[in-house]
Design a protein. Sequence first.
Length: 382
Amino acid sequence: MSKKVRLALITTTPLQIDFFLRPHISRWREWSTVTVYTNINAEKQLSQLNDDVIVQHFPIVRPIRLAHDCWAFCRLLGLLLLNRPDAVITAAPKAGLVGSLAAWLLRIPFRCHIFQGEVWANKTGLLRRILILSDKVIAMLSTDVLVISESEKKHLLEHQVLSKTKGTVLGCGSISGVNLAQFTPDQTKRIESRSTLSIPLDKPVLGYMGRFSTEKGILELAASFATLRAEGLECYLLLVGPDEENLAATVLQYAAPYQDYVRFYPRTVTPENYLNAMDILCLPSHREGFGNVIVEAAACGVPAVASRIYGITDALLDRKTGLLHEVRNIEDLTQQLRLMLQNTEYRHSLGAAAQERVRTHFSQATVIERYNDYFKSKSQSS
């Protein structure tokens, strides 16, 4: 029996593990000893991982705080020096920068970063240039780079973050795919969730699922919802996820005077229940690496209206599995939502096509297997 690889996973927050990386870790345990490095005090406590997975805390935070970031880097460097992993995988921009630099300094043979959407995509000026430079450094210091969609890879190439010889998209993209046993149309879950939320079964629901952030476009969604209600379309708005920026009160202001038809639900371990409560998933995001919630909703037969940006255009085929709108354009977002709300049969046909595409290309078993084969081969050959 060959010796197990010592594998380090470095992320900025526990949410990234819970949202995307947990099924990967379960597979990596078969051929490696896994140590997770993250800020266990950020946003939420990390949900229980397998008993043989080690979790190490280091004080990384998302915002740029130079002195604090230097301290977090030194802490991580010390931990890696002590544990001496054979392979390092980084995810998220800040974790990618400190993790790839520490791994490079220690000459760890396999250093892979996963690009999942760029924070500089909707930034301007000096900050944008600094963030692009940061991603270039990550790519340069990494021996391997994975990108979770073809359109994101094209974007990175256009901005010279990646060289033509570096950057791989596995299969059709996505970082974790969709658990088809978990995400499936379920009338019982629809009824129970709507009952919990006090939403009538005969009223259409516009839904959002993810972290509450202005860059996710939820304020535009709230404004669009208010316009549709004013036109007499009796829909509800359901927002599910952690409120990172304390936006709930602002959302209600944007939705005025229809606040009584807005529902909030915190982050949930059963997202399929609330996706089944929706009729249309809305993702008016300003940046995405892929938009995994789109394919999760699709697996439940729920079509999406989402921004026409890189990443999302891989998850959603316009006029085939959902509708795209111009990013930050409330009028266009409203028009696409109106089209779906007023055409029930069309909405259902988009949902059926979306579900079929997910089952063909994005099953979690297939996606996880591609990543596992890649990491196992690269780690063991380094």
